[in-house]
Ligand binder design. Sequence first.
Ligand code: ACO
Length: 327
Amino acid sequence: MKSSSVRILGLGAFVPEKVLTNFDLEKMVDTSDEWIRTRTGIQERHIAEPGTAASDLGAKAALEALAQANLKATQIDLIIVATATPDMTFPSTGCVIQQKIGAVCPAFDLSAACSGFVYGLSVAEAYIRSGLHKHILVIGTEITSSFIDWKDRATCVLFGDGAGAAVLGVSDKGPELLGSYLGSDGEQADILKVPAGGSALPLTSENIKEGLQYLKMSGGDVFKIAVRTMDEAIQKICQCAQITPAQIDCLIPHQANLRILQAVADRVKLPIEKVFINVERYGNMSAASTVVALYEAAKFGKLKNGQHVVLVAFGGGLTWGANIIRW
Ligand code: ACO
């Protein structure tokens, strides 16, 4: 066994029970199922009940990933939680999940918006290769409904809540993480952000009245940059694994919008049949999106031994990145 072989030992996912369809949204804002489907591909999304925290969803996904890995929570020696909707400013959602699942190890949160899980895999890969940690739980979990303005039709139709988790470790069998590539550009911070609630603009009754606690997005700009950066990340990760994009067997992208995924597939000349898509059922689950898609692709038997599987994402920051896995 190569001591540096980083493998995925288990995967888990959890979404809240409540489903919000496009037809439900028609009753809430001036929109239509037809507009949402043709512009985004989304048909429904899952929304958590009030009082549910990102850690609740993340803990459930983590327990499933641990069971699949045949490991106890006490055998995990690091927890990384990617989220843009932490339970609170601190303690970290990582620490809350550590307590909920009964782990005894360091835990921290990672902030890279929708690219969070891809970033998290890269961090876990580096820790494992360094020999510092043996079994790492990487979780992407979001209550995106907590930063949604339900009166803003331009954004409220796009998002959903959910969580996914992966256990990574050194092993002689299982899908092997071959490499990761990350990018970011703070120059573009303003096109996708939640302006208030941090130290730059603490919440006040005035800025709450202005709705600055909600997600703001320049949709057209995000669309163009998302396509360009995901193309770049795919090219770079293929170079890293010494393959061409045509040799990707399954592309698992961040599920923001079906039209973005079609544009990325066109740009890298990959048949759309090789792109795993579940945006129609979940909308954009931010950091949970790529890991839930990976979980479903594996569960539905889409991934076969020896295949090249590429995860790719973009998000607020801006951030983007990719991971390549030999299944
Ligand atoms: N229902 C009906 N009409 C709508 C809706 C809606 N839900 N939302 C906007 N419109 C209207 C607009 O008001 C506009 O009307 P107007 O022409 O009278 O002004 C018209 O539809 C067209 O609006 P556009 O914004 O030009 O629509 P576009 O085709 O660009 O689609 C969309 C908008 C879907 C948001 C697209 O720009 C997009 O997908 N962008 C990327 C979004 C994204 O991926 N975000 C992810 C970021 S989150 C993250 O990664 C952390």
